[in-house]
Design a protein around this ligand. Structure first.
Ligand code: ADP
Ligand code: MG
Length: 707
């Protein structure tokens, strides 16, 4: 699909053009005209002969030729008729600015559908309805009611909110940020974010894509396109609002912890998309992504950062931020230190942070910056300045810009602290493509985001290991459940499923009387665990349905009787099948391995601290399936539990590879069986290397309908 008609049309008709100032139909014609659109502007209005000095046609049909783009500004009810006229004229592209569609309720939704049907039948692609329009400064096209044409530049913006776009246009002016294209997708009845991502990805004028989204129309297509494009140009997204995710109905730990935000974070991480928290944040990042090169890293993958400052305090702030945000504090080479020592006054600090002292003029900043750029152990540079008595912010800024233009190999960011006395310096930096920040922290934050993206770009090829498993067995069990209309897979069946995928589970057997329980226990060997077996009890411990450490037949009988008395009192409606007598597993660490299937993005794997307190501790990490070995390891490392896993205070560490492999096997299971909606192995008990891990409890929810 080609969106060129939206950004570089030769002629634009405005249906609903108005002579009345203050009306959208007026604002659009004015925007096109004032923006200096070089093509034909064709106002259409049966009641006017001219609008803003341009001759007005009574109808689309009355135009002599078919316009490349038709902007529709008539009231919602009249839009289907206009779309039909477009069809008759063989128009290819339209923008429906009119509101009063899906966003106002069922009636509007029907209207939107009818517009869509007309357009689809005629092969017309359209933007909106309920949008602000499309803008392309390089082509002097302003087909919107968002105000003046912004200046041209490398940033493309896709916004689901028209109002937000007006704020962005306004803010961009104060930040010297120029745009390649801006598009407001509104209700996205036809064209959506993926269509524009795709074309902006291929647009040579666009070097960075930013956007604001409330929903994603096609999850898999979004992931595919975003990942493809991120390999060439960064995508900076703000995302608000939730998915249609079924997390409210969750019956597993994983399901209840995997909210919408988690899904988006996982998707963005996989696709290399940089997530922004606010417009401010997005602009902070846009500045660095637009103008600075990607940083290299040290052997540990961290961006080695140097701080140049004329004041101690801000230097410490930046140093703290470097450590906190996971960048590395660069160690200067001996040659660099020698150069600095020779050229700077004796009181200067010639180690990182390089302190050029309060009375520094331009020359000292120049010396320090050049030395840092030349040092092979430095990947990125943060320049701080406070307006002290002698400081010349303007000249210093000019020097930084001049030097950076020549170097262009390492990212440079600046934070000039102050107000009026640094304002002219800031302006020079912005115009010169040096990103500027209100605080040392946000300067370092921007470097951090750039470094993360560089690391994503350099990621190794994803290789997903396939284990040899007993797929048929799982198929049989799941089919049996689905045919019977069951959505919860009981513990016994869940264990068989896991065994088929290579997990080890404790030996156990069902008992329906106290004596039988005692007998099974004697066969298994003491101590044993008793667990209530009921399709209606999901969290067994909550209702007193788990008893561990039963050491003799007598305690097994007692525990059995107690459960049979207590549980029906607590949950009268629960159907009791008996009690599971289980081999007791001793030692090891309890973790949770889980999955929740997102309706849009597919299976989200979870790892975390296990046991019955999962929801309280919330020490969990998520990742989209299918998992590679490296991704499984990253999930472990992302939790606090990781410290426990590797061993603390004399406690031996556990078999990390076994845990990672468990996650990978589970990821294969849920990828191969889309009917599995939620799955928990909790606890998964892991011991030191050499011991085998065990799935002590499992819960699986299935559904026949593909998500
Ligand atoms: P639920 O999660 O439904 O409450 P579990 O089967 O997970 O029930 O049991 C609760 C807790 O009891 C587990 O987190 C674990 O600490 C302990 N436990 C369960 N089964 C065993 C077992 N076979 N060996 C040792 N401990 C067990
Ligand atoms: Mg459990």
């Amino acid at each position: 699909m080609n969106t060129n008609d939206f950004f570089s049309p030769k002629s634009v008709a405005v249906v609903g053009a108005s002579r009345e100032e203050g009306k959208v139909g007026h604002a659009v014609v004015a925007a096109l005209k004032n923006g200096g659109f070089p093509g034909q502007i064709l106002p259409v209005n049966p009641k006017a002969s001219e609008v803003l000095g341009l001759p007005c046609a009574p109808s689309l049909k009355a135009l002599k030729e078919t316009p490349d783009l038709v902007v529709i500004v008539v009231p919602a009810k009249a839009v289907p008729a206009v779309m039909r006229e477009c069809a008759d004229l063989k128009v290819r592209s339209a923008i429906v600015l009119s509101a009063g569609f899906k966003e106002v309720g069922p009636e509007g939704r029907d209207l939107e559908q009818s517009v869509l049907q007309i357009a689809r039948a005629a092969g017309i692609r359209f933007l909106g309805p309920n949008c602000l329009g499309a803008i392309s400064p390089g082509n002097r096209l302003n087909a919107s009611f968002g105000g003046d044409l912004p200046s041209p530049g490398g940033l493309a913006y896709i916004s689901q909110s028209g109002a937000l776009l007006t704020a962005i246009l306004d803010l961009a002016k104060t930040r010297e940020i120029g745009f390649s294209r801006l598009v407001s997708i509104g209700n996205k009845a036809d064209l959506n974010e993926v269509d524009f991502l795709r074309t902006l990805g291929d647009d040579p004028e666009t070097t960075v894509i930013a956007g604001y989204l409330e929903s994603i129309s096609d999850g898999p297509a979004f992931m595919r396109e975003a990942e493809r494009i991120s390999d060439e140009k960064p995508i900076l997204l703000m995302k608000s609002g939730g998915t249609a995710s079924g997390s409210k109905a969750a019956s597993s730990h994983t399901g209840s912890l995997a909210g919408d935000e988690v899904a988006y974070d996982c998707v963005f991480e996989r696709a290399g998309v940089v997530r922004c928290q606010s417009i401010e944040h997005q602009f902070e990042l846009a500045q660095i992504f637009l103008h600075q090169p990607l940083p290299g890293t040290g052997p540990d993958g961290k961006v080695r950062t140097v701080v140049i400052t004329n004041a101690g305090g801000p230097g410490i702030m930046a140093t703290d931020a470097v450590e906190r945000q996971g960048l590395a504090f660069a160690t200067l080479a001996e040659a660099t230190v020698r150069t600095l020592k020779a050229a700077l006054p004796p009181a200067s600090n010639v180690q990182n942070p390089i302190d050029v002292l309060g009375d520094a003029l331009v020359d000292r900043y120049e010396i320090a910056l050049k030395a840092a750029l030349a040092d092979p152990g430095v990947d990125a540079i943060v320049i701080l300045l406070t307006p002290q008595a002698m400081t010349d912010a303007f000249a210093t800024a000019e020097a930084i810009v001049r030097i950076s233009k020549k170097a262009r190999k390492k990212p440079i960011v600046a934070s000039f602290l102050g107000g009026r006395r640094v304002a002219d310096g800031l302006a020079v930096l912005r115009l010169g493509g040096i990103p500027t920040y209100d605080s040392p922290e946000s300067a370092v934050g921007a470097l951090h985001a750039l470094g993360d993206y560089a690391r994503w770009r350099a990621r190794p090829q994803r290789v997903v290991r396939l284990f040899s498993v007993n797929r048929r067995k799982v198929e049989t069990i799941l089919d049996r459940h689905l045919r019977a209309g069951l959505t919860q897979v009981g513990e016994a069946d869940a264990k068989e499923i896991l065994e088929a995928y290579g997990f080890r589970t404790p030996k156990d057997a069902l008992a329906t009387t106290a004596d039988q329980a005692a007998e099974v226990a004697s066969q298994l060997g003491f101590p044993v665990v008793l667990k209530i077996a009921s399709p209606d009890i999901v969290h067994k411990s909550d209702s007193g349905g788990v008893k561990v450490g039963l050491a003799d037949p007598e305690s097994v009988r007692d525990a059995f009787d107690l459960m049979m008395v207590r549980i029906p009192k607590k949950i009268p409606e629960a159907r009791l099948q008996g009690v599971l007598v289980q081999e007791m597993c001793q030692g090891g660490l309890e973790v949770i391995l889980g999955m929740n299937r997102d309706p849009q993005f597919g299976p989200l794997m979870m790892f975390g601290m296990g046991g019955i307190l999962v929801e309280v501790l919330k020490d969990v990490a998520f990742h989209l399936a299918p998992l590679t070995a490296a991704e499984a390891r990253e999930m472990l490392e992302a939790t606090k539990t990781y410290r426990l896993l590797t061993g603390v205070r004399g406690r031996e560490g556990v078999d990390l590879d076994a845990v990672a492999e468990g996650l990978q096997r589970l990821s294969q299971l849920v990828t191969e069986f889309p009917s599995i909606q939620e799955l928990d192995i909790n606890p998964y008990v892991v011991g030191p290397p050499g011991t085998r891990s065990m799935a002590l409890d499992a819960r699986i929810r299935i559904s026949a309908r593909a998500p």
